[in-house]
Design a binder for this molecule. Structure first.
Ligand code: UD1
Length: 357
């Protein structure tokens, strides 16, 4: 009999992660229902990813929307509980570390629905990050933990997780990158006319970087100083846009810091690949730059993806003058191979689930 699987997506990185897995599960004979929690809802934060990556439109939208953590998590739990009561799946799959992920796993556990977590085991060991709390909650509850790398397995084992729940399958984000590489390379970014390898591509959106005015101001000064040597292309996330407005910092940028709206997946990847260096606080971009061998400077004190530092081109930095020089003299490009970051993670997950379900 066909087994029913719910794929839960809510925020931008989830859409990228679900694209190839949806295909593989369907090919393997599962009946897949895409449930969008509505955590991200704008055209540029949501719809464009479905179109570009040929993901079928969600079967259900829980329309949770924005709000405080409690409001957002509560809205998702309530709406998904209603769906489970009407029409429960055999398994629910969640991705990553966003509020949608933790909210759905808790709801499933209370209704005895089995769950699988893709991108399990990552830890920044910084409980001030909402994502770290979401990771810990999700991994402590989910039945099947699909991990991207050995460090993730080790974290779970140290937390006392039974090894039978852990499956090392590799990095699902890299599946999408490999599958869409030709389309990425064919992108023409006419809007910003970037000069090949002569700009620094920037994405910043973490609360720890944008919510505090003084810290955000220091980041703008840092980007301004870099822009004296190289053009800075800054893709502005809605949280960052809101913070710049509230803190009245929008006019502080020098003209060679070019502000852009949130970009589609293909455009963002194209700008990343052609950049001299990347500055970010995103988790996914640390991994993508590692895979591609692009110098990446992460404006954070810690990372849940230490493999991007030990094996990749990633460096944790603060927005200081010394680090302006460091960015302008970036690390040498190193193409690095990480075991199971090979474009076949979704296939491995589908294969394992066929055996389990
Ligand atoms: C969320 C995730 C973060 C992830 C990021 C990717 C959590 C706790 N955080 O952060 O881990 O890296 O997504 O983008 O789940 N907004 C819009 N339009 C939208 C969505 C949001 O304008 O479509 C604005 C709203 O003002 C909202 C704010 O952005 O209040 C933040 O959105 P939210 O989903 O709460 O968190 P993110 O910062 O996007």
């Amino acid at each position: 009999m066909l087994k029913n699987i719910d794929l839960i997506v809510g925020a931008r990185p989830n859409f990228i992660k679900c694209a190839m897995l949806h295909n593989e599960l369907t090919k393997s004979g599962f009946k897949v229902r895409i449930v969008h929690t509505g955590q991200h809802y704008d055209e540029l934060m949501s719809d464009v990813f479905f179109k570009e990556l040929s993901i079928p439109m969600p079967d259900v939208n829980l329309n949770a929307g924005s709000g405080s953590h409690a409001v957002q998590t509560g809205n998702i739990m309530k709406a998904y509980e209603d769906l489970l009561q009407e029409n429960p799946p055999n398994l629910t799959i969640v991705f990553g570390d966003v509020n949608s992920t933790a909210a759905v796993v808790i709801t499933c556990a209370k209704h005895h629905i089995k769950t699988a977590h893709v991108e399990a085991g990552l830890r920044s060991f910084n409980k001030n990050m909402p994502e770290e709390l979401n990771r810990i909650i999700t991994d402590s509850i989910a039945d099947y933990l699909f991990t991207p790398s050995n460090d993730a397995d080790e974290n779970l084992i140290k937390e006392g997780v039974d090894s039978e729940r852990i499956f090392r399958v590799g990095n699902i984000m890299i599946d999408t990158l490999i599958a869409y590489r030709d389309e990425i390379d064919a992108q023409k970014i006419i809007e910003f006319k970037p000069v090949l390898h002569n700009y620094v591509y920037v994405t910043i959106h973490r609360p720890s970087n944008v919510d505090d005015r003084e810290h955000l101001k220091a980041i703008i000064e840092f980007l301004n100083n870099i822009s004296r040597e190289k053009t800075v292309l800054f893709s502005i996330h809605p949280r960052t846009e809101k913070a710049l407005r509230i803190h009245k910092l929008n006019n502080m940028f020098l003209p060679s810091v070019i502000q852009m709206p949130p970009l589609s997946y293909l455009k963002s990847m194209k700008l990343m690949i052609d950049a001299f260096a990347v500055i970010t606080d995103s988790g996914g971009i640390q991994e993508e730059t590692t895979f591609l061998g692009i110098p990446c400077f992460t404006l954070r004190n810690d990372t849940e993806r230490p493999i991007t530092i030990s094996k990749g081109t990633n460096m944790l930095i603060k927005p200081t003058q010394d680090n302006v020089n460091q960015v302008l003299e970036p690390l040498k490009k190193i193409e690095c191979e990480i075991e199971l970051w090979d474009g076949h993670t979704s296939e491995r997950i589908a294969y394992i689930l066929k055996d389990i379900l």
